[in-house]
Design a protein around this ligand. Structure first.
Ligand SMILES: C[S@@+](CC[C@H](N)C(=O)[O-])C[C@H]1O[C@@H](n2cnc3c(N)ncnc32)[C@H](O)[C@@H]1O
Length: 446
């Protein structure tokens, strides 16, 4: 396989993302398989795609003066972006190779004129250097360009969390995420799994937040036999807190109302230790299949899945009642920008408003099936009032039999205590290096 296929594959993925065809993580896997990219090149391809996306607006700021107002095709712009990303941020890639391959791709996709243009722009940047970000005098605009987040999002976060917190958050968002996993406590322990992984040549250590978590230092946990054999689930440490927030007890009947691909359903099922039951819903069969796959891999016996819109649950389960209910709602995902940097550019401010009304509909419907004294946990992997505290405030206004439950802090790791306030926590990615997450724990009083 010729090396320039990596850059061409990166360009193909970036163009598909521009057309909103799917999220970067899914496209990457699809193109790696389609083009049969080999192991060594997968690393470079991943780095180019994620790096270019993570820094897209910064790179555009650098490129703009060199384009001299010339209108260029979207593929040329993306070719320049990914080439400049490598020149500025990837020390180990020789510049000669970057220039050569950019020109070859331009020739192949366009014509000689375009390849000369691409070569000319890159050579000018090499000669003159990129413009300084320091010259942007407005601090919000500077932060927006420096960390490649849309100005409206930066402004929104600064209004909620202040400038310093927002800056830390934006800076973490342009770093690569860690890979962590949750041990399947039904069949193993952290020590045992670390040993198994060592035997497979993977370097891993205990996680930072949860007792049953591990963190990869070298190697990919997803490609191990221990994973295939059900010893653990790849999951961010913030996500592992959600099932904990439910305070699962043996024998509980639990509803997971937005469950695919099953990260939290399987955690709940593990905490039940082969007792009780989990009913896991998601919109479509192809989604519930993902849950079933994980349930089989982890050898769990207490999960039932069904393709169903949770907003319709009473039509199908009018006599059911649950001890615990989880709404891990569909959301804008601003807490997982490190994993899906394209979120920064594809989402609009208005999306949170639309999502908040769906989130409230789901909560309001499923809450009717909770037993007296039962626990309802609402969570999202997003950051910001509208889809989080705003939804809960509105829910509590309409459902006076519920109250925020202060037991939340006791369910979560001690380290997090100071961040838990009044039965809620908004975890920002720079607190513990996890994804950003919101969790609220509510109790039904009557
Ligand atoms: C944040 S994800 C859930 C992640 C999952 N809890 C886990 O830990 O793996 C939200 C899920 O909600 C599903 N969803 C969206 N609207 C829904 C609805 N009205 N009823 C049921 N599921 C819904 C989406 O298909 C998506 O899979």
């Amino acid at each position: 396989m010729k090396r320039n296929n990596v850059r061409d594959a990166a360009l193909e993925i970036l163009l598909m993302i521009e057309k909103n065809q799917a999220y970067s993580n899914l496209l990457l896997t699809k193109i790696i398989n389609k083009r049969e990219i080999n192991g060594k090149d997968i690393g470079l391809l991943t780095e180019i795609v994620y790096g270019t996306l993570q820094r897209r607006d910064t790179i555009d700021y650098f490129l703009t003066p060199f384009l001299k107002n010339k209108k260029i095709d979207i593929w040329v712009q993306n070719l320049l972006r990914l080439s400049l990303y490598q020149i500025i941020y990837l020390d180990r890639v020789p510049e000669r190779a970057i220039f050569f391959e950019a020109v070859e791709i331009a020739k192949k996709r366009g014509h000689k004129g375009i390849s000369s243009f691409v070569n000319g722009v890159l050579r000018s940047i090499q000669r003159e250097g990129v413009p300084s970000i320091e010259q942007i005098s407005d601090p919000l605009k500077r932060l927006s360009i420096e960390t490649s987040h849309p100005l409206w999002l930066v402004t929104n976060w600064v209004n909620q969390f202040g400038f310093d917190e927002t800056k830390k958050m934006c800076e973490v968002n342009i770093t690569p995420p860690e890979q962590t996993a949750r041990i399947n406590s039904n069949i193993s322990s952290v020590e045992n799994v670390l040993q198994l992984l060592e035997g497979e040549g993977i370097e891993a250590v205990r996680g930072d937040l949860s007792d049953d978590s591990i963190k990869a230092i070298k190697g990919n946990l997803a490609h191990t036999k221990a994973f295939a054999d059900g010893y653990f689930t790849i999951q961010d440490e913030s996500s592992m807190l959600v099932a904990r927030a439910l305070g699962i007890k043996k024998g509980d009947d639990v509803l997971d109302s937005c469950a695919a691909p099953g990260g939290k359903t399987t955690h709940i099922a593990e905490l039940l230790q082969n007792t009780g039951s989990v009913l896991s819903l998601d919109l479509h069969e192809h989604k519930t299949k993902l849950i079933n796959d994980q349930v089989s891999r982890l050898k769990l016996n207490n999960v039932n899945t069904r393709a169903l819109d949770s907003r319709q649950i009473r039509k199908f389960y009018q006599d059911a009642s649950f001890d615990k209910i989880l709404v891990d709602a569909p959301c804008s995902g601003y807490g997982v920008i490190r994993r899906k940097p394209d979120i920064k550019y594809s989402k609009q401010e208005i999306d949170s408003k639309k999502l908040a009304s769906i989130q409230l509909e789901i909560l309001s419907e499923v809450a009717t099936l909770l037993k007296k004294d039962g626990i309802l946990v609402y969570s999202t992997c997003t950051i910001g009032y509208e889809e989080n505290q705003g939804v809960i405030t509105e829910f509590l206004r309409n459902n006076s039999e519920f109250e925020l439950d202060n037991e939340l802090a006791a369910c979560l790791p001690k380290k997090m205590e100071s961040y838990v306030k009044n039965g809620q926590v908004q975890l920002l990615p720079h607190y513990f290096g996890t994804d950003g997450f919101y969790i609220a724990r509510l109790r039904k009083q009557v």
